[in-house]
Design a protein around this ligand. Structure first.
Ligand code: SF4
Length: 460
């Protein structure tokens, strides 16, 4: 096939800043995807499931065709220190007959079966595209089940056409608020709250990352009341109103919840990131300043000294092998993209393209101030745009999620999974080393030289 110059759809041009001399100053973002653009974004239901699935003792029923249920623990390495029920994907398996006559009866049957077999205490029922199209009243089915069994059966309003992945995040946050209200108790007044108590929002405990952060916080005298939602339990989430501060890592999915909790329970929040040395240290300092005791600064210094002693030699080794390389980033939210640009800079790597699925205007503003003039910045990209800019700017590696992996490999570019399937932590001090090692091994793998030599003459 002949190689053709890839064009950008006219409607997409306002969502891309191509670098030097580009007149697009403020990116169009936080909007529905353009029809025909083949967005890399996940659907509403997936957005909700990402957030709620790590609640390890809840039952997750997907009300839809069986295919939707394939989005489960197995494509997300969120770990549990206790219950494992979240690793199951229950589905009503809607079929043609249900689409014609309605699926409410089937959903009632599924809830009955789960209560009977597992003595469930909390069940989430996810709406999917089909449930939305046929108009099943999931809310009514859940209310009836709650009355019948005296347990929490909470509908997740995540039917496909309600919006995009961000809408799914909001649907999940609404569910989390409902869960918090379930205890029926008033939150503790401020004077009774433990001084160093925080909720940790937006860490889904991929490869045990929430445990690493918990360890750091514990060492400076800060206690996590509720992890929302990595390795969390329903009861733990119900206690979240008793914390003094919310620390928000994945701002894309959790800012909405943090704002609701501030309004309803008077809990302030700060945004943090534990990706990369700079952001990890900065985040810990800000948490210590906000809720740490009188000796928190001293404890922090000890922690930094201990951790950096262990990693500095290893990082120096990887820096020496990576200097001058070029990276492309395409991830879910803005906070991760910002941290990754800093991490690459620390490794001597220039970011030549950076984009997100659900970034906000302030994220793109921050990115614009961080990257070089000729770096491409883009929101809600499609594969063709990613391909074009990676080729044009000569990226040596793409950092993304599971949907970006085949694209990188087809282009003969190294890839780093910073999302779904990874099995090693990338956060904190040890994560910074893991990240540098993975980037080094991927970029400097002999396979790329072999591929380029042996694919000469091939066309795309
Ligand atoms: S909810 Fe809709 S878009 Fe999402 S997996 Fe199911 S059918 Fe696909």
């Amino acid at each position: 096939m002949k190689v053709t110059q890839m064009e950008i759809l006219e409607e997409r041009k306002k969502s891309i800043r191509c670098g030097k001399g580009d007149c697009v100053q403020t990116l169009k973002c936080d909007n529905d995807s353009i029809a025909g653009s083949v967005s890399q974004r996940a659907c509403v239901y997936c957005g909700a499931r990402v957030v709620l699935n790590p609640i390890t003792d809840a039952f997750h029923i997907v009300h839809g065709p069986i295919g939707c249920a394939s989005y489960t623990w197995d494509i997300r390495g969120s770990l549990s220190s206790g219950p494992e029920i979240y690793r199951n994907s229950f589905s009503t398996d809607l079929e043609e007959k249900d689409v014609i006559f309605g699926g409410e009866k089937k959903l009632t049957g599924a809830i009955d079966e789960i209560v009977r077999k597992y003595s469930a205490k909390v069940i989430f029922v996810y709406a999917t595209c089909i449930a939305g199209v046929i108009g099943d009243d999931i809310g009514a089915v859940c209310r009836n089940a709650e009355k019948k069994y005296g347990i929490r059966v909470i509908p997740v309003q995540s039917s496909g056409f309600a919006g995009n992945k961000s809408t799914g995040y909001k649907a999940a946050c609404d569910v989390l608020m409902k869960l918090m209200e379930s205890s029926g108790q008033l939150p503790k007044p401020d004077r009774e709250k433990s001084p160093g108590s925080v909720n940790y929002l937006g860490d889904f405990n991929l490869a045990g990352e929430a445990w690493i952060v918990s360890r750091y916080l514990k060492s400076i005298g800060v206690e996590i009341v509720s992890k929302i939602t990595g390795d969390s339990r329903c009861e733990e989430i119900m206690k979240a109103p008793d914390a003094r501060l919310n620390i928000v890592q994945c701002a894309g999915s959790m800012s909405y919840l943090a704002k609701m909790m501030e309004e309803k329970y008077g809990i302030p929040y700060i945004k943090v990131s534990f990706f990369g040395l700079e952001d990890t240290k900065l985040s810990l300092i800000r948490i210590a300043q906000a809720v740490g005791g009188h000796d928190a600064a001293e404890k922090l210094l000890k922690l930094f000294e201990k951790e950096e002693k262990y990693i500095s030699g290893k990082l120096a080794y990887h820096r020496s092998r990576l200097k001058g390389k070029k990276a492309a980033i395409y991830v879910g939210g803005g906070f991760k993209a910002i941290s990754l640009v800093k991490q690459f800079a620390d490794l001597g790597i220039k970011t030549v393209m950076v984009g997100t699925q659900t970034g906000k205007a302030e994220d793109y503003e921050t990115l614009r101030n961080m990257v070089e003039e000729d770096t491409v910045i883009l929101d809600d990209a499609n594969p063709s745009e990613l391909e074009k800019f990676m080729k044009e700017r000569g990226a040596d590696i793409l950092v993304g999620g599971v949907k970006e992996r085949p694209l990188a490999y087809k282009l003969g570019v190294a890839f780093c999974d910073h999302n779904h399937e990874r099995k090693h932590p990338l956060c904190g001090f040890e994560g910074a080393v893991n990240f540098a090692q993975e980037i080094d091994m991927s970029i400097n793998s002999p396979v790329w030289a072999w591929l380029s030599k042996n694919s000469k003459g091939a066309t795309t």
